[in-house]
Design a protein around this ligand. Structure first.
Ligand code: 5GP
Length: 193
């Protein structure tokens, strides 16, 4: 079954590491009619990340339990480092409420959602260029050089999959990219503007 008869919609946002998905999603949290899905992850929280907002930070045993119970709409091991997944229940509930539900997930997860929820909208956030992507990843300084290399390898594979998506939004300017995504979804950042 898919979500066709439900009131809301599922939107999948993917794109390579460091393209700015996190910044974009942060700007979408207060948009009326939109619910940002909160994933579970086995990776440790980074400084400033809040449990229950950015992710639900869980251990391997809890992840195993969720997978075994079919409690995740999709899940994947990302960058060969940690597991991430979308709790099924929160997506179903938000769709039933008539909301647009945004899943910011990796390519493997996007492909799983396409199999189970084919009428979801698939959006790829792309960097203006691959050089710019490398610059952004090095510049943010949250990963070790080894981790950066691993993420860049994943990014190459993700860039190659861009054509699988319904829409490509280029993150040349965060304000412009945010507005483009909102208009794609038929949403506005404030109800009266
Ligand atoms: P980060 O560790 O930088 O927060 O995220 C690493 C990658 O995990 C990003 O590409 C992000 O899109 C992906 N990710 C975050 N949550 C999920 C999820 O629930 N499922 C999948 N498949 N990927 C996720």
């Amino acid at each position: 079954m898919n979500g066709g008869q439900d009131a809301g919609r599922v939107v999948v946002l993917s794109g390579p590491t460091a393209v700015g998905k996190g910044t974009l999603v942060a700007r979408l949290r207060d948009v009326p009619g939109l619910r940002v899905s909160t994933s579970v992850t086995t990776r440790p929280a980074r400084p400033g990340e809040v449990d229950g907002t950015h992710y639900h930070f869980i251990d391997d045993a809890e992840m195993d339990r969720l997978v075994a119970e079919n409690g995740l709409l999709e899940w994947a091991e990302v960058h060969g480092a940690a597991r991430y997944g979308t709790p099924r229940r929160q997506v179903m509930d938000a769709v039933a409420e008539g909301l647009v539900v945004l899943l910011e997930i990796d390519l493997q997860g996007a492909r799983q959602v396409r199999d189970t929820w084919p009428d979801a909208c698939f959006v790829f956030l792309a960097p203006p260029s691959e050089d710019e992507l490398v610059r952004r990843l090095r510049g943010r300084g949250t990963e070790t050089p080894e981790e950066q290399q691993r993420r860049l390898r994943t990014a190459e594979a993700e860039m190659a999959a861009m054509a699988e998506f319904d829409h490509v939004v280029v993150n040349d300017d965060i304000d412009r990219a945010t507005q483009e995504l909102l208009s794609l979804l038929g949403l506005r950042s404030h109800p009266t503007t």
